[in-house]
Design a protein around this ligand. Structure first.
Ligand code: ADP
Ligand code: ASP
Ligand code: MG
Length: 422
């Protein structure tokens, strides 16, 4: 008998009919003799609906108190879907109980709307499993040491599931979603994208951090730290599909680099539409510029991604970096009001219509010329590169958002990732 964690995303939980299908699939697994913990997301659209209501009523200057209430609010989406799933399981004749994160408890730090899981007490869940129940634990949430409900950031149910799997020493964590695995790039943008049977943990980590939202980055970090085997698979196959077939379907995140993987220089292409560029122009080119600009940005808890500083002309330099779109206005205000005047910069300008496109592959370690091929492909398409950043197994470029699809498709073809059509 194995212990398996199932996670179902919002679309998979999107209607009573879909919840019934989830219940039937889970029942099939439980009746085959497995202990099952299910981590559901809120029904699709529900988190957005709740957050939009809050935005309508939000104070002018949102404070920590506001973010606390956002978590109280957003966490209800998963509480509702979890209870509905427990009811659907009971209707299938399966003994089942649901718990909100705070009841387990899933303990987190106090960073409202982007809390980090610190520990999970698995005793209560284990006792129910041992009594033959399917246990449902709400995704996306926990409780801090003062008893406040917290949430883990958008897409956080993936992280809840992997963290629970790690805490319970589960044999596998199955992430059921609306695509049938991890693809070479988002199949909704490139129809020729290919499903990967396996993807290395390191590549998945890069792809998730570079914008492939199929897995939340923190879930991959957890999987790496605790060596939790993760499989991404479809919740849209018939629920009564043969169990052995289902166990082999989708994409397995592996911790071993096999020979086949080494052959693919670029394994996938990730992109992120959610960034914006900010530039401080005409900064005196003296030691400490980066610190004087980025220090206050970091103090304001704004995460910075790609950074470049242009060569100076007549003692003045331009300094640009990207931030998440949600932080764009706040960053501009901060730089214009406090930072730029204090350092005698000429101007602060911004562009919210940029995106980041990245090629990822562990094969890049041992092959030269991969980045230059990327730049050539983009230049042949007439796409201007605004910023570049590289690491051992990825190269990212920042480009105008209107070229996103063109860039991803051209790179996908050029690096031989398109599906072979017979
Ligand atoms: P869920 O609600 O199940 O958590 P998400 O919408 O968060 O689902 O993630 C699944 C989506 O991720 C897919 O519908 C797909 O559009 C997108 N996606 C982005 N990059 C990839 C990729 N490389 N492989 C598969 N899906 C991807
Ligand atoms: N419901 C949350 C969201 O929409 C968490 C999740 O789906 O993983 O972001
Ligand atoms: Mg998701």
């Amino acid at each position: 008998m194995s212990l398996i964690v199932h996670k179902y995303g919002g679309t998979s939980m999107g209607s009573p009919e879909r919840i019934r299908n989830v219940a039937r699939r889970v029942t099939k697994w439980a009746r085959a003799g497995h202990q099952i913990v299910v981590v559901p997301s809120a029904m699709s659209g529900e988190t957005n609906r709740l957050l939009a209501l809050a935005a309508e009523l939000a104070p002018q200057r949102p404070s920590a108190a506001y973010h606390r209430e956002l978590d109280m609010l957003a966490a209800t989406g998963e509480q509702a879907s979890s209870a509905l799933l427990a009811i659907a399981l009971q209707a299938e004749g399966m003994d089942s109980v649901s718990y909100a994160g705070w009841q387990v408890p899933v303990r987190t730090d106090s960073s409202h709307t982007k809390a980090r899981i610190e520990s999970i007490d698995s005793e209560r869940v284990r006792a129910d499993l041992d009594d033959g129940r399917v246990v449902i634990v709400t995704g996306f949430q926990g409780i801090d040491e003062l008893g406040n409900i917290t949430t883990l950031g958008r897409g956080g149910s993936d992280t809840s599931a992997v963290a629970i799997a790690a805490a319970m020493g589960a044999d596998e964590c199955l992430i059921y979603t609306d695509v049938d695995g991890v693809y070479t790039t988002d199949p909704r943008v490139v129809p020729a994208a290919r499903r990967l049977h396996t993807v290395s943990f390191e590549e998945m980590l890069e792809m998730a951090s570079l914008g492939s939202k199929v897995l939340q980055i923190r879930s991959v970090e957890f999987a790496g730290k605790y060596r939790v085997p993760i499989r991404v698979l479809s919740s849209f196959t018939p629920w009564d599909i043969d169990l052995a077939e289902e166990m082999q379907s989708g994409t397995l995140i592996t911790f071993e680099e096999d020979e086949k993987m080494e052959q693919a220089v670029v394994s996938g292409i990730a992109f992120n539409r959610g960034e914006a560029k900010v530039s401080v122009l005409g900064v005196p080119d003296t030691p400490g510029i980066a610190y004087r600009i980025l220090g206050p940005v970091a103090d304001a808890n704004i995460e910075v991604d790609v950074i470049i500083q242009n060569i100076s002309k007549e003692g003045k330099a331009d300094f640009s970096f990207t931030v998440g779109q949600a932080d764009y206005q706040r960053t501009l205000d901060l730089l214009r009001e406090a930072v730029a005047p204090a350092m005698g910069a000429q101007e602060v300008v911004g562009d919210p219509n940029i995106c980041k496109v990245s090629i990822v592959g562990i094969g890049m370690r041992s092959h030269v010329g991969v980045a230059s091929k990327m730049f050539r492909v983009l230049s042949e398409e007439g796409i201007n590169i605004q910023m570049i950043s590289t690491s051992e197994i990825k190269t990212s470029v920042v480009i105008d958002e209107k070229y996103l699809e063109l860039a991803v498709r051209a790179l996908h073809t050029a690096f031989g990732l398109d599906q072979q059509t017979a």
